[in-house]
Every structure is written in structure tokens, then in C-alpha cells.
Design a protein around this ligand. Structure first.
Ligand code: ARG
Length: 472
């Protein structure tokens, strides 16, 4: 691009004698990625135009011409027909330039507005929609977890701590742990939405406007309202144009969500190994190896886990971007978009793929049963047996430790020790002690709220079903 005045974007007209050099234009443009904000930029502009009519800046005819043209531009964007021009820098200038080319009065639209408050409102509008879509996606993910749990309601697996077999749990109980995590993720997104849903338009470049703008009207038109329908507008113009808390908050909530998805992915990867063999992930969500014909690799789960790295990275990039920025708007802030878009796209796709994969996962009941019938999983129950006989828990723990060691020495599973062998460690073991190793009975005893008895897990599954029904 030559440095001629003709190439100069609106932001350089008047003050500058020539447009930027090609390298500068390429370095500073953002339309190659912020074009995604087009529809939302137009929503903001339409509300602004209506307000300008109210304030007497635009006639009704002018306002209508502007809004109609913006509407057709919006449709062209949606249909991929709008021609974005890099030399016009960003989404806002592209749309305004095209509007003004088609409608004379378009040149009045930027009255009392700066790109600084314009981009702030546009991003909020974009993110509001994104949060809705993501929250919906999480709802489907929770349903998939509950569905897989329900289809395998009788399956018991070992629960692990330190990746060592710990105590038996229902498979559904393990899945519902994730449903709880995703519930908190949804709540966090809701909090973020609430704090973000405040209108910054009217803040101008930094210090508002000398014109009689009606900020509340714009806020109402764009649904920046509280539960009672009262408009919510930002209370400090400097804060409003430089605040990107909402982007950070979303990316932080998304990073935690990605971490939860990653842990679930990791569990599935482990469960799908020959060593565990608890589940079978449908072929559609796995790939083969180019070299080893026997391989079936859980690539989708691995990528869900792997992509978490970039989502965490995006959060760190944003915090680093903001740290040390002097008030108020600085062009650095343009760097927020790709991080935000990437985070939103990545977590949405990961959640969606995880949902699909869960729907196409089956459980190998025999392998689960075999693993869960390891009597060592009930060593704590044996200690609880002694506690019921009045032995202090520390002593009981010690005694069962000795019993475990004895079984190891005798090379027998824990439940094969005779009552006499048990009594040689502690006289409080009675004839009923071996009954402790009845897995079904052991599970039934874990019946407190949040514990994994069959009855409690069923109750939790039903509770989730009811929550879903309320949302439908
Ligand atoms: N593309 C810019 C951004 O994303 C819009 C705001 C530009 N404002 C300015 N004063 N140059 O931040």
C-alpha cells in the first residue's frame, strides 16, 4: 500500500497528510480477526442512532436510513458477502465507512461516541451471547454425564487417591462429581455475565461528551438492565473505556472449566487403557496409529486435555497485557480479542466434543466388577467394624494394617483370612467379621448425603434429572 492520503482511514483524516505505510497498516489492523464483532457493533450503533434521534442530532428520516442500512450490512456480514478492507483498520471503521458510503447521514453516527466506548460495548454484547451458548453447552454436558451414569447405575468401580485403589464407589458417583464441577462453572459464567452487563456507551474516548446523550435509553435498548428492567450504565467514564475485567473474568472462568474438562478427559483416557479397561470410547472419537495396527488412541480426549494449555495461556496473556497499562485506553487493549475469541472457541468445542464422546461411551461391566471386588478396597470397612466393637479408630487402623500385612505374607486376598487369623491380630474380631467383605452391603452403608450408596447415588441422579426438567 502506498502512503497516500486516499488510503488514510477515517481516524487519520484531517490531522495526517498521508496514510500509514503498508507494514504499519498490517501491524496495527485488527479487522482480520475482529470482523467477528460485526453484528454486535451494529447492534450498538443502532441503539446509538436511536438515541441520537432522541437527542435531536439525527432526524427521524436519517435515523431510519442509518438503521436500515446497518441492517442490510448486518445481513451481508452474516451471509459472508460483506467486503472487509484491511486498510480500514478494524470492524468499527469498516462498517462506519460502508454505512457512510451508502447513506449520507452515516457521517453523523459517530457523534458523542469514540471507538473506545464503542469497542467496550461491542465486546460486552458479543460476550453476553457467547456466555449463553457456552452455558447451554455445559447443560448438555451435564446431561450426558447423568445419562451415562443412569445407563450404568449398578456399576461399581474402585475410587482412587494418589492413583492407588482407595474405596469402592458407584461409577455414576464418579461421573456426578464432574456434573457438580460444571454446575459451579455455569454459576461462575452467570456471575461474570451479571457484572459485565453494564453499558459503557456515552463514556466517549475517556471523558464522556458535551452533548446531551441519553445513556439510560441506550442501555435499555441494548438490554443492559437489571432484573427489574432498570438500565445499568457504567459510573466512571475512565473505568468504562479501559476496563477489561469482564474479559479476564470470562477467561478465568473458562480456564477453570477447561481444567475440569481436562481432568475428565484424563479419567477417560485412563479408563480406556487395557490396564483399566473400564470403558470403551466409540471408534468415532479415537484414531489409529500410522505404525502400530493394534492401536486405538483417545485423541479427542487427549486434545480436550491438551487445549487446556492454551486456555490457561490466554488468561495469563490477558493479565500480563493489563498489568502496568496506564489509564485509560491504550492500543495494547486490541490484543484482548484473539485471546478472548480463542478461549471462547476452544472451551465451547471441547465441551461439545466431550458431550458427544460421553454419549458414545460404553462401560465394560465385567472389568469394573473385577476391579471393584478387590477386598483391599474394604480395609477401612474392617477398621470401622472394630470401631463398632469399641476399638479407638487409631488402634483399629493399626490392627487392620497388621491384617493386611499378614494377608500379604500368606499371599492371600484380605477376605480369605480366617476368623482365627484375624483374631490373632485383634481379639475384637468376631465370627461376623468376614461379612464386612460383602461389597453390596458395604456400599449400602455409605448412605449419608453425598456418599456413594446405591440409594444415595440414585437420589442424586434423580435430583439432576429434576433440575434438567426445570430448565426445559
Ligand atoms: N480496534 C481497536 C481495539 O480493539 C478499537 C479501538 C481503537 N481506539 C483507538 N483509540 N485507536 O481496541
Amino acid at each position: 500500500m502506498k502512503r497516500t492520503k486516499k488510503n488514510a482511514p477515517v481516524s487519520r483524516s484531517g490531522r495526517f497528510t498521508a496514510g500509514p505505510g503498508a507494514d504499519v497498516a498490517q501491524f496495527t489492523e485488527s479487522v482480520s480477526f475482529d470482523w467477528r464483532l460485526g453484528r454486535h457493533d451494529i447492534m450498538g450503533s443502532m441503539a446509538h442512532a436511536m438515541m441520537l434521534q432522541h437527542a435531536g442530532v439525527l432526524t427521524r428520516r436519517e435515523q431510519l436510513a442509518i438503521c436500515r442500512t446497518l441492517d442490510s450490512i448486518s445481513q451481508e456480514i452474516r451471509d459472508g458477502k460483506f467486503r472487509w478492507k484491511r486498510e480500514l483498520e478494524d470492524v468499527h471503521m469498516n462498517i462506519e465507512a460502508e454505512l457512510t458510503r451508502r447513506v449520507h447521514a452515516g457521517a453523523k453516527l459517530h457523534t458523542g461516541r469514540s471507538r473506545n466506548d464503542q469497542v467496550a460495548v461491542t465486546m460486552r454484547l458479543w460476550l453476553r451471547e457467547e456466555i449463553f451458548t457456552l452455558a447451554e453447552e455445559l447443560g448438555l454436558l451435564q446431561r450426558a454425564l447423568v445419562g451415562l451414569g443412569e445407563r450404568n447405575a449398578d456399576v461399581i468401580i474402585p475410587g482412587y487417591t494418589h492413583l492407588q485403589r482407595a474405596q469402592p464407589v458407584y461409577f455414576a458417583h464418579h461421573l456426578l462429581a464432574y456434573a457438580e464441577m460444571f454446575k459451579r462453572d455455569r454459576q461462575r459464567l452467570g456471575d461474570c455475565y451479571f457484572r459485565m452487563n453494564v453499558c459503557p456507551l456515552g463514556s466517549g474516548a475517556i471523558a464522556g461528551s458535551t452533548l446531551p446523550l441519553d445513556r439510560e435509553l441506550v442501555a435499555r435498548l441494548l438490554l443492559f438492565t437489571d432484573l427489574k428492567g432498570k438500565p445499568r450504565v457504567t459510573q466512571n467514564s475512565m473505568d468504562a473505556v479501559s476496563d477489561r475485567d469482564f474479559v479476564v473474568e470470562f477467561c478465568a472462568a473458562a480456564a477453570l472449566l477447561a481444567v475440569h474438562l481436562s481432568r475428565l478427559a484424563e479419567d477417560m483416557i485412563l479408563w480406556a487403557t487395557r490396564e483399566f479397561n473400564f470403558i470403551k470410547i466409540d471408534d468415532a472419537y479415537t484414531t489409529g496409529s500410522s505404525l502400530m495396527p493394534q492401536k486405538k488412541n483417545p485423541d479427542v480426549a487427549e486434545l480436550v486435555r491438551g487445549k487446556t494449555g492454551r486456555v490457561i495461556g490466554n488468561l495469563v496473556a490477558l493479565l500480563t497485557l493489563l498489568k502496568g497499562l496506564p489509564m485509560t485506553y491504550n492500543r495494547d487493549l486490541q490484543e484482548d480479542k484473539e485471546r478472548l475469541f480463542d478461549t471462547a472457541d476452544t472451551v465451547r468445542a471441547s465441551a461439545r466434543l466431550m458431550t458427544a464422546m460421553l454419549r458414545h461411551t460404553s462401560v465394560n461391566k465385567e472389568a469394573c466388577r473385577a476391579a471393584a471386588s478387590d477386598p483391599a478396597l474394604l480395609a477401612t470397612d474392617l477398621a470401622d467394624y472394630l470401631v463398632r466393637k469399641g476399638v479407638p479408630f487409631r488402634k483399629a487402623h493399626h490392627a487392620v494394617g497388621a491384617v493386611v500385612a499378614q494377608a500379604e505374607r500368606a499371599n492371600k486376598p484380605l477376605n480369605r483370612l480366617t476368623v482365627a487369623e484375624l483374631r490373632s491380630v485383634d481379639k475384637n474380631f468376631g465370627a461376623d467379621a468376614p461379612a464386612v467383605f460383602n461389597l453390596e452391603k458395604a456400599m449400602a452403608q455409605r448412605k449419608m448425603t453425598g456418599a456413594p450408596s446405591g440409594k444415595e447415588v440414585r437420589k442424586q441422579l434423580d435430583r439432576w434429572r429434576k433440575t434438567f426438567a426445570k430448565l426445559d
